[in-house]
Design a protein around this ligand. Structure first.
Ligand code: MEZ
Length: 536
């Protein structure tokens, strides 16, 4: 039930047009139409929202203003003297981050016989992986191939993906699904035992494997259990606040901070894996986010200060369908699977204005155009939105489909009195994913020797736009890869004398570039303090 009479008037138009709309097969946009749409309406093209970095390995490059402020900020360690001579922890592989990539890395490093320490600023499993809904891609059906998967992802990412990384992603995908299945992930299956697969935006074959619409939670649950069952050492509520080098300039550990007591500790490690996830909680351009509470770009800051380059830090993903009503779930993910199983995007007049399975950047820009330039959005208490006509799903596929295929969506809206089987839902783009991040080689190593990275903190695997289901895939493929490579490398590493000299060099660079801000980073937690209450 929607309380607002104007919203209900619009619903009547959606209902009146539903039958005719269901027969439509809206054409895909041409490449030129997409380019023009993106340039005019996608947030990545709002030049005033970006700035050029003044310091560090990406000096001169364009990044979102909020990220620049953190990349150019002071170290949290300024004013502290940290004794590096008596480390509190000594390990082969230090993993920073307890999400899907971190856990996959930990499992493989443990499997390879390494001593592993995982630290996480919240709890293991508190991560964007847990929030992923619609599925994970893998070309493992007879009508599909990794080559086809590559073409879809390369085109969807505007031909900017690092080819060697994307090649690895798609070729190792079928094995990743097998690995997860063996660990205990319950993927949706047909009565004959074959995996049920669906389309996502920009896929030419049905290759999305899902566990209903809580695929990420199912994967995260399984990985977390495996980490715990193996007895891998995990320290919760402990953030990395700086990386440490040794006298050879190699990464050799991290300074850790207990999130509650603020106590500082030193972890010495032969190799380090950054698996800190994304940045949605920086709320670029004021967008709401579908991200987990901890998504504050910490890994980008830690790696950058050590001297690791970023790739495509100017490109973000706005998921086309964030919940736009009610306010309690504003920005929460409404999985793309809702469109995969048959719902169409419809404007305030009940008109279908785009093919529902365009790629994400194109879909988001198209919704923004509908609400801004074309004035065809539904007015909501928080702005504008379009309809996702969910009742179409059961009209197309029969009663019970919604409960069976997208039960989490049904529950999320039911809590607020909206029955998505009978009523459409209001959606608007929400900040969902960071396409850019730390540059890595195919063995998972950053520019800094012995510093590896995996998961959303990495840039370049997907180019300038990621397809649905390739992120759950990348945390598994590249998480495992980093765990294997870092643990293998650790066998031949002798750590030299630990140093934080790079922080002095960074501070000097700040001064020389006249960076005057007093901001400190990594941020660690979102900044939700009301401005008017500051200082009270
Ligand atoms: O890959 C994703 O971001 C994903 C599966 C999201 C979704 O729409 O469910």
């Amino acid at each position: 039930m929607y309380p607002d009479p104007k919203i209900n008037e619009s619903i009547k138009k959606v209902e009146a047009a539903r039958e005719a709309n269901m027969k439509l097969d809206p054409r895909r946009m041409t490449a030129d139409e997409k380019d023009n749409l993106l340039k005019t309406f996608h947030p990545d093209y709002k030049e005033a929202q970006f700035t050029n970095l003044r310091i560090g390995p990406n000096k001169g490059d364009k990044v979102p203003m909020e990220l620049a402020a953190l990349l150019e900020a002071k170290s949290r360690l300024e004013g502290y003297s940290v004794d590096l001579t008596k480390p509190h922890f000594d390990t082969d592989v230090l993993i920073i981050g307890g999400g899907g990539a971190g856990c996959s890395a930990a499992i493989e490093a443990d499997e390879n016989g390494a001593k592993v320490l995982m630290v996480t600023k919240l709890r293991v499993g508190d991560a964007n992986t847990m929030m992923a809904e619609g599925g994970i891609q893998a070309a493992d059906k007879p009508n599909d191939s990794p080559a086809q998967h590559f073409l879809d992802a390369f085109g969807g990412g505007h031909f900017a993906a690092q080819k060697d990384l994307l090649y690895k992603l798609v070729n190792e995908a079928p094995e990743a699904i097998q690995w997860l299945s063996k660990l205990g992930v319950e993927f949706d299956k047909a009565p004959d035992g074959t995996m049920i697969t669906t389309h996502g935006g920009g896929t030419s074959r049905k290759r999305m494997h899902a566990a209903k619409d809580y695929s990420g939670a199912e994967i995260m649950r399984t990985l977390r259990d495996e980490v715990i069952n193996r007895g891998i050492q995990v320290i919760d509520y402990t953030a990395a606040v700086e990386l440490i080098k040794d006298e050879n300039g190699h990464c050799a550990g991290a300074v850790l901070m207990n999130m509650e007591t603020k106590e500082l500790m030193v972890a010495r490690a032969k190799t380090v894996i950054l698996a800190t996830g994304g940045a949605g909680r920086l709320h670029y351009q004021g967008f709401p986010t579908s991200n987990h509470y901890g998504a504050t770009a910490d890994g980008l800051i830690l790696g950058y200060r050590l001297g690791a380059r970023l790739l495509y830090p100017d490109t973000l993903q706005y998921h086309p369908t964030g919940a736009a009503f009610p306010a309690q779930i504003y920005g929460a993910l409404v999985t793309e699977k809702v469109r995969s199983v048959g719902a169409m995007l419809v404007n305030a007049n009940g008109e279908v204005f785009m093919n529902p399975l365009e790629t994400r950047d194109v879909s988001a820009a198209s919704i923004i155009r509908e609400c801004t330039e074309r004035h065809n959005g539904v007015s909501t208490p928080d702005g504008y939105a379009v309809w996702l006509d969910t009742p179409m799903i059961e009209l197309k596929h029969g009663e019970g489909t919604i409960e069976k295929r997208i039960p989490a969506m049904m529950r999320m809206f039911a809590k607020h009195g909206i029955d998505i089987r009978k009523e459409p839902i209001l959606v608007y783009p929400t900040l969902h994913y960071q396409n850019g991040g730390l540059k890595i080689t195919a063995d998972g190593q950053t520019d800094i020797e012995n510093l590896y990275a995996a998961g959303e903190v990495v840039g370049g695997i997907h180019g300038r736009n990621r397809l649905m289901g390739n992120s759950l895939l990348d945390i598994i493929v590249f998480g495992r890869n980093a765990g294997k490579e870092a643990s293998e490398k650790a066998k031949s590493v002798t750590v030299g004398t630990l140093t934080l000299k790079h922080l002095e060099e960074f501070e000097k660079e700040r001064k020389d570039a006249r960076v005057e801000s007093d901001k400190i980073s990594p941020q660690l937690l979102p900044d939700y303090v009301r401005r008017e209450n500051r200082g009270r």
